[in-house]
Design a protein around this ligand. Structure first.
Ligand code: GCO
Ligand code: MG
Length: 402
């Protein structure tokens, strides 16, 4: 029997921080898993190094489900983003190994192809409406069929989702940047620019918008109602999902579809959202929601309730996660859309291969496993430095959800 012989926790920063787990078997097969938790990278690295790696050595890499149960139930302290990201990394690496051993791409192990390509949505943003509209035009020219639109709220410094310079990178400083927030200003402004986007470009593409947990349920109900004529593909994270019940109130007021899940890490966090049909898209990801094994379970539950997938795919999720996500998206029946932001240029020096975008659709190659390799020499050139996500304060100085 082949056993797990070596497990390495690799940290690099090619334009942004990434933690990667590499598992090597006694037969010399290696598998990669992403273990990046933005702004909390070393917590996961330490959890892996001190509490997970010693448990893996000598075990059978083929027993993916058993390993998942062992790491989830065996820990006693259940769930939570640090634990679930660590489990994800192990799970993803074992799927990569299984694919290589079988000589098959991971999507084949998951049941094979359900679609020819995975529709991606890109990020259009601007410091004002004109800039955002130009960015939407650029995305449509690039072939995107789905575009997310975000504009800085006038008079409010540092809105989430808006690029500064080349790319959008919210984890931008050694200590958290403090950004301002005004719900009134946002609610008075955002519906107008979404309408302007439809006015200029019509309805022949999918338009998305991220509320980023900023509203109360009743405010979200009003927002959803105000944007109904813009026929959004979804409004994302209209309110924090700490209370799944809160979404009932939003549903009473609007038919705008709802997407939730990027900060959630287990099936229990989305159980009622799904079974009560309080959302339309579940946005959990491979890296933060327990790997391919657990995300498949979430998507299968969602399929029973006509909820589709819409995995988080920001640039703080490594190309290993993107590839794993596209393998899963390719195979599941209830795929919705996949977020795709792209990466800083240097990322391709460290991570080779992975998902490729053509005419708005992502695909993975037929290489065995996930189809991503890690370049140690390149990785060594990019040293880790701590970077935090911002925090938000209301205009009176009190903390708001970022
Ligand atoms: C998204 C997200 C991101 C997050 C980021 C945090 O929809 O892509 O909201 O932009 O803010 O991933 O690490
Ligand atoms: Mg989001």
């Amino acid at each position: 029997m082949s056993t797990i012989e070596r497990v390495e926790v690799l940290i690099t920063s090619p334009g942004r921080n990434f933690v990667t787990l590499r598992v090597t078997t006694s037969d010399g097969v290696t598998g990669l898993g992403d273990a990046t938790l933005n702004g909390r990278e070393l917590a996961v690295a330490s959890y892996l190094e001190n509490h997970v790696v010693p448990l893996l050595i000598g075990r059978d890499p083929a027993r993916i489900e058993d390993m998942w149960q062992y790491l989830f139930r065996g820990v006693y302290w259940r769930r939570g983003p640090v634990t679930m990201t660590a489990i994800s990394a192990v799970d993803t690496a074992l799927w990569d190994i299984k694919g290589k051993v079988a000589g098959l791409p991971v999507y084949q192990l998951l049941g094979g192809r359900s679609r020819e390509g995975v529709m991606a949505y890109g990020h259009a943003s601007g410091s004002d409406v004109e800039e955002m509209l130009d960015d939407v035009a650029r995305h449509l020219e690039l072939g995107y069929k789905a575009v997310r639109a975000q504009v800085a709220v006038p008079g409010i410094a540092g809105t989430y989702g808006v690029k500064k310079g080349g790319a959008y990178e919210p984890a931008n400083s050694a200590l958290p940047e403090e950004q301002a927030w005004s719900t009134e200003a946002y609610l008075g402004f955002a519906p107008g620019y979404l309408a302007a986007t439809r006015e200029r470009f019509g309805f022949d593409f999918h338009l998305l918008h991220d509320v980023h947990h900023r509203l109360t349920p009743i405010e979200a109900g009003r927002f959803g109602k105000d944007v109904e004529e813009s026929r959004l593909f979804w409004m994302e994270d209209p309110t924090p999902a700490d209370s799944q019940d809160a979404f009932r109130l939003i549903r009473k007021h609007t038919t705008t579809p709802i997407a939730v899940g990027e900060v959630l890490s287990s099936i229990y966090d989305v159980q009622h959202l799904i079974t009560e049909q309080l959302i339309d898209y579940v946005r959990c990801t491979v890296v933060h929601a327990g790997g391919i094994t657990h995300l498949r379970r979430i998507f299968d539950l969602a399929a029973l309730y006509q909820v589709r997938s819409g995995s988080h795919g920001a640039s703080d999720l490594s190309p290993v996660t993107q590839a794993a996500a596209v393998h899963l998206d390719t195979a599941i029946p209830n795929f919705g859309v996949q977020e795709y932001m792209g990466y800083p240029e240097q990322v391709a020096e460290v991570f080779h291969g992975g998902a490729t975008l053509t005419d708005g659709f992502l695909n993975v190659s037929d290489e065995p496993g996930l189809g991503v390799t890690y370049d140690d020499e390149a990785a060594a050139r990019f040293e880790y430095s701590p970077k935090y996500l911002p925090v938000a304060r209301r205009l009176d100085g009190s903390i708001h959800d970022w």
